[in-house]
Design a protein around this ligand. Structure first.
Ligand SMILES: Nc1nc2c(c(=O)[nH]1)N[C@H]1C(S)=C(S)[C@@H](COP(=O)(O)OP(=O)(O)OC[C@H]3O[C@@H](n4cnc5c(=O)[nH]c(N)nc54)[C@H](O)[C@@H]3O)O[C@H]1N2
Ligand SMILES: Nc1nc2c(c(=O)[nH]1)N[C@H]1C(S)=C(S)[C@@H](COP(=O)(O)OP(=O)(O)OC[C@H]3O[C@@H](n4cnc5c(=O)[nH]c(N)nc54)[C@H](O)[C@@H]3O)O[C@H]1N2
Ligand SMILES: [Mo]
Length: 712
């Protein structure tokens, strides 16, 4: 018996208790590395959960969100059967129907749109859950629509695009071998507890941290050797000022730049304008701190940095800001290097597991040709060029305006209308559709607007494949019966393809077929064997790239080099975008006199994830009301104290929340978590305050006004 098996066995209750311990995964967050859960089952119900010891993701631990799984899967608002709307849109009156009836209705509704307006008039959309996305994409393509899209229109992809522009692929931090970690908008203590654990361990071993955050956080307090606090969305200017100091002092890697970097001279010339004379007024960071940051980088030559899928990119200048931060890696010779940022082989869903899979073949081999461009293509040409899927942030506009072509139906797995800036416009768009299907575990206030609602099951009720770094793979089996008639999203995609008799036999063969033939065949493993193993097992050798190997071979960019100046953008002047990572002011054009504060929303809180855990009582008890952080001095001026109500308003509207006076946010910044129905951050944002490079919304930088509100 291995040590791991012994540890697991030691916890198993005796047969006389009637309790069985089964293994499943937490699917509440982390689309990549889902954590392992021991589910204690008695009489078919989960009575207790804990982390699985030795699991490659969480090694026995669970976070505040993971601990919520039992309450989450047994939430009272779980949808139990397919539903058909009987009342008006949004009224929430439905009648239960059978799965066969539901599929027949969906086939009829989607085909009617296809016949009237063309297949592209139907969009296939996925919310934050990702495990089923490959199949949803193929469903869209089999139907004939280019319009597959997802929540990644506002998460991660802008960072990925910045990497593609500069290096053709994403680089991952080789943090364990770094001297310095550039934690730019980095607070894993709330967003990724395993990341925090890792960072603390490396800190103890001597890794230095330069943290750049608009707020004080556990990361700035526990990790930072140096902490810079710029104004929201001014990161590009700050990165350029640091670069300028590095260049002026010749603290850069000249031979590396000469051989592997494209566009350095123009970049160096450009960044000169961010200097002692203006940097504090642009970013709020005093110049001596800029110099200190450059010196820290110089003294710690091997540097890697975090991937910021959200805060750096949630600005109208987000992608360019991200490129500006990445440039610091290139000029110091820290890309494709041990201890710097390393390229990894493509595994699965962007998780670098050290082995290659044919996921991309499954994703793209059936992409329809000779169809219209996906939603957002005209408005966000760089997105379209690099991603080729719908930029979902443009969906509400296109539904309402019908331009460049009508978009009349949405088939969704987990759509949350409150993640679209100007969510009011999104709900209007949903109301105006010819046909809307939503699939969710819960009766959400978005599902209310659907014509057909389908009940999805949780990770405890389904089997799922997941690979992990180290050549490891896992295939779970259901640990409880399905709740009501819920089905898994991949079954829904498969069954719908069959009912509609769509021309994709691979899709119609289902999820296990996909995993077997596109992933596991290459390693001589079967789905059955993985299921039987019950816990993660090693299936593949891990391969890594040698230092500078990819730069020597030539990167997948037009010049084969790391591009400080984008040759792709240079070749497309008609896009109106700039090849250098130029800096633009992040805030919207509202009158600063009328709207003197800046609203930033979404910085993670430990107990909630997007809209998901606000309705789980234990998690909600950690912060019972939507609460905005404001600087103590601002609170004093407004005459508000802890727990008082304030109104945050923009030209779009107002929300009422409680206030938390604090020194963790600077003056003039108002910080609120998102996803609440009763205080919807998105409802006061402008739906067109988007980054022209990526289409990403500026969730983190909207001018607003604040006043004391009544009530208790
Ligand atoms: N203001 C502000 N807004 C933000 C952000 C921010 O920082 N600030 N962050 C953005 C980011 S980074 C992200 S990733 C998005 C996330 O935004 P969303 O994708 O909208 O996230 P959720 O609110 O979790 O909504 C997903 C829905 O899927 C449902 N669901 C959960 N599991 C399943 C499943 O297995 N199957 C199906 N069919 N449905 C399921 C949930 O119940 C929920 O209703 O939010 C974005 N919105
Ligand atoms: N508990 C919890 N964990 C989550 C999620 C959740 O909703 N809840 N969501 C998951 C998802 S989908 C994602 S994408 C990740 C995101 O994970 P993170 O990127 O870690 O998310 P945030 O907490 O929003 O941002 C990190 C830090 O960036 C800072 N920041 C905000 N704006 C700026 C800025 O303009 N410049 C700089 N320099 N710093 C800024 C914030 O103050 C915050 O401390 O989290 C994941 N993990
Ligand atoms: Mo995200």
């Amino acid at each position: 018996m291995t040590e791991l098996e012994r540890r697991i066995k030691a916890k198993i209750p005796g047969p006389d208790t009637g309790i069985e311990v089964r293994h499943t995964m937490c699917d509440i967050c982390s689309p990549g590395m889902h954590c392992g859960i021991n589910a204690y089952i008695k009489d078919g119900k989960v009575i207790k959960i804990e982390g699985i010891d030795g699991h490659p993701s969480n090694d026995g631990r669970l976070c505040t969100k993971g601990m919520a799984n039992r309450e989450y899967i047994y939430r009272e608002d779980r949808i139990k059967t397919p539903l058909k709307r009987v009342g008006k849109r949004g009224e929430g009156r439905f009648e239960p129907i059978s799965w066969d009836e539901a599929y027949a209705e969906i086939a009829k509704g989607l085909n009617r749109c296809k016949e009237t307006y063309g297949a592209e008039s139907v969009a296939f959309y996925s919310g934050y859950s990702k495990w089923y996305r490959q199949m949803l994409r193929r469903l869209a393509y089999a139907f004939g629509s280019p319009n597959y899209g997802c929540e990644s229109s506002a998460c991660y992809t802008a960072a990925f695009m910045a990497w593609k522009v500069a290096a053709g692929e994403q680089g991952n931090p080789d943090m364990g071998n770094s001297d310095l970690f550039l934690g730019w908008a980095f607070n894993p203590f709330y967003s990724s507890y395993m990341g925090a654990h890792n960072a603390m361990e490396l800190k103890e071993k001597g890794l230095k941290f330069l943290i750049v955050d608009t707020r004080r956080t556990p990361a700035t307090e526990k990790l930072a050797d140096l902490f810079l606090q710029p104004k929201t969305g001014t990161d590009g200017a700050l990165a350029h000022a640091i670069a300028n100091v590095l260049i002026e002092n010749d603290w850069i890697d000249r031979p590396y730049i000469d051989r592997y970097v494209y566009g350095f001279e123009e970049y160096a010339e450009y960044v000169r304008q961010f200097n002692e004379g203006n940097i504090e007024s642009i970013t709020g960071v005093p110049y001596p701190q800029v110099v200190a940051a450059a010196r820290l980088i110089h003294e710690n030559p091997r540097m890697s940095c975090n991937e910021s899928s959200a805060p750096l990119c949630h600005h109208r200048n987000g992608l360019q800001n991200y490129r500006s931060v990445m440039a610091l890696l290139a000029i110091t010779g820290n890309f494709d290097r041990t201890g710097g940022q390393k390229l990894s082989v493509h595994s699965y869903m962007h998780v670098p597991c050290g082995f290659e899979t044919r996921e991309n073949q499954y994703l793209y081999e059936t992409r329809p040709k000779d169809v219209k461009e996906p939603v957002g293509a005209e408005r966000f040409p760089l997105w379209n060029y690099l991603e080729g899927e719908m930029q979902a942030m443009d969906m509400p506009r296109q539904i309402l305006e019908g331009k460049p072509y009508p978009l009349r139906a949405v088939f969704a797995l987990g759509l949350n209308g409150r993640m679209f800036p100007d969510s009011g416009r999104m709900f209007k768009a949903l109301e105006s559709l010819d046909f809307f299907v939503d699939t969710d575990l819960f009766m959400t206030d978005t599902a209310m607007w659907a014509d057909i609602v389908l009940p999805a099951c949780s990770s405890f009720e389904r089997g799922e494949f997941k690979p992990y770094p180290g050549g490891v793979a896992w295939y779970t089996s259901p640990v409880i019966e399905r709740i009501g008639e819920a089905r898994s999203d991949v079954e829904i995609c498969t069954e719908l393809a069959r009912v509609m008799d769509l021309p994709d036999e691979v899709l119609k063969n289902g999820y296990e077929y996909f995993i077997q033939h596109y992933i596991l065949d290459d390693f001589g493993v079967t789905v059955e064997e993985l299921k039987k193993a019950d816990l993660p097992v090693r299936i593949a050798e891990v391969s890594t790239h040698g230092d500078l190997e990819l730069l020597e071979k030539g990167l997948d960019t037009p010049t084969g080099k790391f591009e400080l100046k984008s040759a792709i953008i240079e070749q497309h002047p008609e896009w109106g975008l700039e090849p250098l990572p130029t800096y633009k002011e992040p805030l919207d054009d509202a009158d600063p006199e009328a709207y003197p504060f800046v609203f930033t929303s979404g910085s993670r809180i430990p107990g909630a994830i997007h809209s998901r855990l606000h309705k789980v009582p234990r998690n909600r008890s950690l912060q019972p009301e939507p609460t905005a952080d404001m600087n103590q001095a601002d609170c004093d001026r407004l005459g508000v104290k802890e727990g008082d109500w304030i109104e945050i308003s923009t030209a779009r509207g107002a929300i009422r929340v409680k206030v938390h006076p604090t020194l963790s946010v600077p003056e003039k910044l108002v910080n609120l978590f998102h996803g609440y129905s009763e205080a919807d951050a998105e409802s006061i944002m402008d739906g067109d305050h988007l980054d022209p490079y990526s289409g990403f919304p500026a969730y983190r930088s909207t001018r607003c006004a604040v006043r004391k509100a009544g009530g208790n």
